[in-house]
Design a protein around this ligand. Structure first.
Ligand SMILES: O=C(CO)COP(=O)(O)O
Length: 261
């Protein structure tokens, strides 16, 4: 991690969570509202069905709530089944994930569509968490950096800033598999993403948060989150249980105190 960027621990609940899961949201909100919250942000992205109730439950806490996707049209229209950035804002959510590999794969979302979705998020004052990542095949062919460069160039609007954008590097082969890249590989990729952002956005690119996602769990969090240029995590499975999410969140206690020492 880089000491001058405030880290973020974020959970993506994907297609999980019903009303009975609200206890987990409550417990997470309680757990992230202690002294560590002065140095660290926390976000949960529940399914859209729980969005409004989740923001209502967490209104006076340090836990932020985000959505998992939005339509590329920011406000309203004839798009059956879709949710707009305006609707997300109307639920008092502050963030939205766009371009997750599950959406890129299941719905054929292109880089350009992801860019339009990010713009829709900006239009409504939301922070877009833009996901990029290589597949197992692309990695095996040694094309990781090329793929990430193309995704970054194609998915990020020209007016991306540290205030409206977070990048999540999620190797597709690491999602839900229990496999993660080695620490030196994550370090190399994040350094390249940072360099890419600085080349395009200048000084503004230096402070856009870079999250790592893919099989982050309480056992590997300290190692992954301590890597240079890793400014937090986007957690899938391990964010569903408050105890696991909070254990990852608390991995930052040691990391932040060693940075300060
Ligand atoms: O896709 C992810 C978060 O967006 C990562 O999922 P897992 O943590 O379950 O591997």
């Amino acid at each position: 991690m880089t000491s001058d960027i405030r880290p973020l621990v974020a959970g993506n609940w994907k297609m999980n969570g019903t009303r009975s899961s609200l206890d987990q949201i409550r417990a997470i909100a309680h757990g992230v509202s202690g002294p560590l919250s002065r140095k660290l942000d926390a976000l949960i992205c529940p399914p859209a069905t729980l969005l409004y109730v989740a923001t209502t439950l967490t209104v006076d806490t340090r836990l932020m709530i985000g959505a998992q996707d939005c339509h590329q049209k920011a406000r309203t229209g004839a798009h059956t089944g879709d949710i707009s950035a305006e609707m997300i804002r109307d639920c008092f959510a502050t963030h939205v994930i766009v371009g997750h590999s599950e959406r890129r794969q299941e719905y054929g979302e292109s880089n350009h569509r992801v860019l339009l979705k990010a713009r829709a998020a900006y239009d409504q004052g939301l922070t877009a968490i833009i996901c990029i990542g290589e597949t197992r095949e692309e990695r095996a062919e040694g094309r990781t950096m090329e793929v990430l460069h193309r995704q970054l160039r194609g998915s990020l609007p020209d007016d991306a800033t540290a205030a409206n954008t977070i990048i999540a590097y999620e190797p597709v082969w690491a999602i839900g598999t229990g496999q993660t890249p080695r620490a030196d590989e994550v370090a190399k990729v994040h350094a390249r993403i940072r360099a890419d952002l600085v080349a395009r956005f200048g000084e503004g690119g230096e402070t856009i948060r870079l999250l790592y996602g893919g099989s982050v769990n309480p056992g590997n969090a300290k190692e992954l989150l301590g890597i240079p240029h890793v400014n937090g995590a986007l957690i899938g499975g391990a964010s569903l249980k408050a105890a696991d999410f909070l254990s990852i969140y608390h991995a930052y206690e040691d990391i932040l105190s060693s940075v300060e020492a």
